[in-house]
Structure formats: structure tokens, C-alpha cells
Design a binder for this molecule. Structure first.
Ligand SMILES: CC(C)(COP(=O)(O)OP(=O)(O)OC[C@H]1O[C@@H](n2cnc3c(N)ncnc32)[C@H](O)[C@@H]1OP(=O)(O)O)[C@@H](O)C(=O)NCCC(=O)NCCS
Length: 157
């Protein structure tokens, strides 16, 4: 039985964020970098999905004027393909909109099909390529944008 809830992350969550990060990326962001984000960057906002006490997914963005720039999203491998990445992103988008954002953008590896399908499902549209943006392995970045003003509202006819 799962007990899923969503809340903002704090420095107390960095160890668990780092655990998921290392399970998810070839070049994981360090604990120090996440600590710095959460303590010193007042434009950075990170949220997590918890199953009881356990962090199972997290994501964050920088709010720059009226744009949310997605920094990261990752789901613990044991919890993937169960709708949690989508649930997390939907909650992150709502949180970002509530802070006044009108658009969100992100970069994703050209060969990261799961993430691209997730973002497309949420309404993100491909708008460009940054060639050879990533290392380990070398890959292009696909730039995607979500226009929140064009999103269907809940309960709309
Ligand atoms: C990308 C990621 C966050 C998806 O999380 P998830 O919880 O497994 O995704 P969900 O179960 O919520 O799936 C939502 C949608 O994403 C897409 N999707 C997710 N995994 C997929 C896969 N393996 N293949 C194809 N599409 C996939 C589908 O469109 C899916 O909708 P559907 O179930 O109606 O087909 C997860 O695979 C992950 O953490 N990957 C490693 C980290 C990463 O790449 N982060 C993105 C950095 S830009």
C-alpha cells in the first residue's frame, strides 16, 4: 500500500536526492551542488514525491522572471513506469504557475526517449537543438517549451 504525498524539498532531503540522482544519471549532480541550490539560490525550487517517508521522485526549476527553467527530474528506478514522473511534473508545473510563470522550458538528451515522451504528454513542444551539449555519452540537447497559457484548465468544457 503506497502513501504518496508531494512537498517542497529542504537540505534535510539532499542525501535521498543524491541517492536517486546517482541511480539516474551518468554525471550526477553532487550533494554540495544541491545543498547550495537549496540554501543559497532563492530562484531555485525543488519538490519531491514521497511514499511514506521515502523520497521516490524529485524535480526542480529556477524561476526567472515569468519562465520556469526545469533543472532536473528523476524517479527512483523501482518506482518508474507507474505514473509518478507524470504526477510529479504536473505538481511542479502547478507550483511554478502559482508563482506567476507563464512558460516552462527544459533541455533533454536527444536519446532520452522516456523523458521526451513524458514532456510531450504534458504539452511541451520541441523548439530547437543544442548540438553535442551532453557528455558521457555525447548527445545533443533537445530544447522544449511549455506555454502554460495554452494549457487546458481542469474541468474546462
Ligand atoms: C523520465 C522519467 C522521469 C519518467 O518517469 P516515470 O515515473 O517512469 O514516468 P511515468 O510512469 O509517469 O510515465 C509518464 C509518461 O512518460 C512516458 N514514459 C515514461 N517512461 C517511458 C518509457 N520507458 N518509454 C516510453 N515512454 C515513457 C510515457 O509517455 C508515459 O505515459 P504513458 O504511461 O501514458 O505511456 C524516468 O524514466 C527517470 O527518472 N529517468 C531517469 C532520469 C531522467 O532521464 N530524467 C529526465 C532528465 S531531462
Amino acid at each position: 500500500m503506497h502513501d504518496i504525498h508531494f512537498r517542497p524539498l529542504t537540505v534535510d532531503d539532499v542525501a535521498e536526492m543524491s541517492h536517486i540522482e546517482h541511480l539516474s544519471f551518468s554525471r550526477p549532480t553532487s550533494k554540495e551542488a544541491y545543498t547550495n541550490e537549496l540554501v543559497n539560490n532563492d530562484r531555485a525550487f525543488y519538490y519531491g514525491l514521497f511514499d511514506g517517508e521515502q523520497l521516490i521522485a524529485f524535480g526542480g526549476y529556477w524561476l526567472i522572471l515569468d519562465e520556469g527553467h526545469v533543472i532536473n527530474i528523476a524517479v527512483h528506478p523501482a518506482y518508474r513506469r507507474q505514473g509518478y514522473g507524470e504526477l510529479l511534473m504536473r505538481q511542479v508545473i502547478v507550483a511554478c504557475m502559482a508563482q506567476g510563470a507563464k512558460k516552462m522550458t527544459l533541455e533533454v538528451r536527444k536519446h532520452n526517449t522516456p523523458a521526451q515522451y513524458l514532456y510531450q504528454k504534458l504539452g511541451f513542444i520541441k523548439s530547437g537543438i543544442r548540438p553535442k551539449y551532453y557528455d558521457d555519452p555525447k548527445d545533443d540537447a533537445v530544447i522544449m517549451w511549455l506555454d502554460m497559457l495554452k494549457m487546458p484548465s481542469e474541468g474546462a468544457e
